[in-house]
Design a protein around this ligand. Structure first.
Ligand SMILES: NC(=O)c1ccc[n+]([C@@H]2O[C@H](COP(=O)([O-])OP(=O)(O)OC[C@H]3O[C@@H](n4cnc5c(N)ncnc54)[C@H](OP(=O)(O)O)[C@@H]3O)[C@@H](O)[C@H]2O)c1
Length: 319
């Protein structure tokens, strides 16, 4: 386990780099990360998690995964425990399972992974392959149960949701969900949310990507479905849009000292959002992101201020 002294070691030097206030680092070290309840059970989870596609997945593919070990150390020391992954994210599940078990924090994690043998919607799933994929995730994490198993990208929900429910019934999966970040699958997601019992959904939601506010987030509130918010930075597009604009003064009104915290706090300020899972391959960014779950959350008026500010930013320049 990582103790407070180690956390201070991990953050040494990083605070100044990020412009993090000593008060924020102290709040993290004291475990003041906000928590929210999963509506179907009342169980509370920290609002900031860790995603594992994007840069995390590229480092996981490399020979040297030391940087990811540091990310997990920072994550755990700062009080976060939700890790979102998928068999489709290359070596992410495997490397995370190994690192987290080596660090001795595997049993404290909230493991969220996915089943996707049907691919991205459309084709039908082979039930035996779906069961085998879930078994593999359990083996890679070296855990008796997976906290959250979601059907990835609306792949044949009729088949795969039932298989996930079998695992839940057998006590090997705790929560059932479904994800998409493709607007052309939102109508199908809405249909499933209306007609199937779900504990969670996972959708893309960011300050400049707010389509899910129209129907999906209000429906999640109504149906008491927890929501994981994905791609809170639009991968890197929000950072690129803001690159030449100083963080606005009003960010301090809700305790955001960096752009990452500003964007994460926007996402978390929607009442339907249970947790947000930014991906990172760098401990310093993990610590920065944890700051998004400390202190005040934007009010409705501040949300409107953020939207007006972000809408006025220039488009993301090409890479
Ligand atoms: N359908 C699905 O189920 C689905 C779809 C999309 C996403 N997801 C989940 O949601 C997670 C997050 O979405 P995402 O990975 O697409 O995008 P994201 O979290 O919006 O952005 C990740 C990018 O932001 C950078 N970053 C992270 N923290 C930063 C910080 N504090 N300052 C500056 N840069 C920072 C990362 O680079 P560094 O490594 O350099 O920090 C990486 O390039 C995924 O990893 C995945 O777990 C699920």
């Amino acid at each position: 386990m990582i103790n407070r002294r180690e956390f201070i070691g991990i953050t040494a030097g990083v605070g100044a780099t990020l412009g993090l206030t000593p008060r924020l680092l102290q709040a993290l070290a004291q475990g003041q990360l906000l928590q929210r309840a999963i509506p179907s059970s009342g169980e509370k989870i920290p609002v900031i998690g860790l995603g594992s596609s994007a840069t995390f997945a590229s480092v996981a593919r490399a020979e040297d995964v030391t940087a990811l070990r540091e990310v997990f150390k920072a994550m755990s020391a700062g009080g976060a425990r939700l890790f979102d992954t998928a068999p489709g994210y290359g070596a992410s599940e495997e490397v995370a399972g190994k690192l987290v078990n080596e660090l001795g924090i595997a049993s404290t994690m909230f493991w969220a992974t996915k089943v996707n043998v049907a691919g991205r919607g459309g084709s039908s799933a082979d039930p035996a392959a779906a069961r085998a994929q879930i078994e593999r995730s359990l083996t890679l994490f070296n855990q008796p149960k997976i906290d959250l198993m979601q059907v990835h990208n609306m792949g044949d929900p009729a088949t795969q949701l039932n298989i996930v429910r079998e695992f839940k019934k057998a006590g090997r999966v705790r929560y059932v969900g479904i994800t998409t970040t493709f607007p052309n699958q939102y109508a199908q997601l809405i249909d499933v949310m209306k007609n199937e019992p779900l504990d969670f959904i996972g959708v893309d939601y960011a300050a400049d990507n707010r389509d899910v506010e129209d129907v999906i987030l209000p429906l999640a509130l109504d149906k008491k479905i927890a929501v994981l918010a994905y791609a809170p930075f639009g991968r890197t597009s929000l950072f690129r849009r803001a690159a030449n604009t100083p963080l606005p003064e009003f960010a301090k009104d809700f305790d955001a000292t960096t752009y990452a915290q500003f964007f994460l706090k926007f996402t978390l300020s929607h009442p339907a959002i249970t947790a947000v899972t930014p991906a990172t391959s760098q401990a310093k960014n993990m610590i920065d992101n944890l700051g998004g779950g400390i202190g005040r959350v934007p009010t409705e008026a501040q949300r409107r201020q953020i939207i007006a500010f972000v809408d006025a930013l220039p488009p993301a320049p090409g890479r």
